[in-house]
Design a protein around this ligand. Structure first.
Ligand code: NAI
Ligand code: MG
Length: 365
């Protein structure tokens, strides 16, 4: 049977960038005979407009059944007035929560042609290709007790960093599996020097590592990790870290590489009956209301999210590389959407022209 994919374009530029991914999916069918069982549905504001809810139960169950979900973006000013319970973001949060997507994968990849966009020197970032795995469903953002309490004559804000062994174990397994599909190097980051959760984190990751003798495991304090990420990021392959440190480190790593329009992501959960992990792929960017409907959006983040789905859900690593190489080719040839032009005066490509260029590069590959 064909691998199944649920496409949720969402709002704003979501449908615009997703249209270019659809063309690439069609190209895979027409040219390589690789056919996906694709279904498409509404999420976010678009679902609210049609059904009065940002994610229907039917869409939720479909997401639980398919091999992978690919989402565009949700939200927009039109929906800012809505009640919290039906805001577009709730649709995305429900997907993440009910699919129990505990491992958030954020690659930081720097295409040579865009190295000058980075906040760092060209030779530090050119060719960079690392992956940060952030634990997404536990840690200090969720731990109890939490709250603001009265103590003596002042208030105290309380959050609790809390990790169970099984929570650390499952995200560590996901990171090791990933490292096996990449450069076989994993660096775990915590602060075992000052935090009990860090001590346990290091112990459990080390234990899981015994099952992956082919992966070179190292440990680093997260603050030193931030320093090393800006000093010489190419020393890393896969980094695994908790929710809070991962939030900071993945944003930092993203800026090593330049535009928001280039950054894909994946969120993975437990393996399903067929052995594939539950998975949601989406660009890091939002619905970009400032450019929505104008054909200006850069579709590459969404295209690279599909490439991640090929690699991590469908075991099509070669095909994923082929898409990534096509994107690299297009950029090397100077093709640019507006977000990649900066101060340059030349005319930018439209969303669909960038899609044309990627398809042409795939044809030529
Ligand atoms: P945003 O990512 O939508 O836009 C930030 C800036 O980057 C804008 O100037 C936008 O034009 C530009 N940009 C983003 N993606 C681009 C692309 N593919 N090509 C070219 N330029 C691009 O973030 P913002 O403005 O903070 O949020 C807008 C809406 O999106 C809000 O409703 C927010 O809640 C929602 N949002 C949704 C996310 C999601 O669906 N996962 C993530 C972040 C924001
Ligand atoms: Mg953040």
């Amino acid at each position: 049977t064909n691998p199944s994919l649920l496409i949720l374009p969402g709002d704003g530029i979501g449908p615009e960038v997703m249209a270019e991914v659809r063309r690439i999916i069609d190209w895979f069918g027409d040219r390589l005979g690789l056919t996906f069982d694709v279904s498409e549905d509404l999420v976010g504001g678009a679902a609210y407009d049609a059904h009065g809810t940002p994610l229907t139960d039917a869409t939720m169950s479909r997401a639980q059944e398919v091999d992978a979900v690919l989402l565009g973006a949700v939200g927009g000013p039109k929906y800012d007035v809505l009640d919290f319970s039906v805001k577009p973001e709730r649709g995305l949060l429900r997907l993440r929560k009910e699919m129990d997507l505990f491992a958030n994968l954020r690659p930081a990849q720097c295409f040579d042609a865009l190295a000058d966009f980075s906040s760092l020197k060209r030779d530090v970032v050119a060719g960079l290709d690392i992956m940060i795995v952030r634990e997404l469903t536990s840690g200090v953002y969720f731990g109890e007790p939490r709250g603001i309490i009265e103590e003596g004559n002042e208030r105290v804000g309380i959050n609790t960093q809390r990790y169970t062994e099984s929570e650390i174990d499952r995200v560590a397994c996901a990171a090791f599996e990933l490292a096996m599909k990449r450069g076989r190097k994993l660096c775990s980051m915590e602060k075992a020097n000052v935090m009990e959760s860090g001590v346990l984190w290091r112990e459990v990751v080390t234990r899981v590592g015994a099952d992956y003798p082919d992966v070179e495991l190292s440990h680093m304090y997260a603050d030193a990790g931030a320093m090393q990420l800006t000093r010489w990021p190419k020393q890393f392959d896969v980094i695994v870290t908790d929710n809070l440190f991962g939030d900071l480190l993945s944003d930092l790593a993203a800026m090593l590489t330049g535009s928001l329009g280039m950054l894909p992501s994946a969120s993975l959960g437990a393996p399903m009956a067929n052995g594939r992990p539950k998975a949601l792929y989406e660009p890091v960017h939002g619905s970009a209301p400032d450019i929505a409907g104008q054909g200006k959006a850069n579709p590459i983040a969404c295209i690279l999210s599909f490439a991640m789905a090929l690699r991590y859900s469908f075991d099509m690593g070669d095909e994923a590389t082929r898409v990534e190489k096509a994107v690299e080719r297009v950029l090397a040839d100077g093709h640019r959407t507006a977000d990649l032009l900066g101060e340059e005066g030349r005319a930018p490509l439209s969303t669909s022209e960038m899609g044309d260029a990627v398809i042409a590069a795939l044809d030529a590959s």
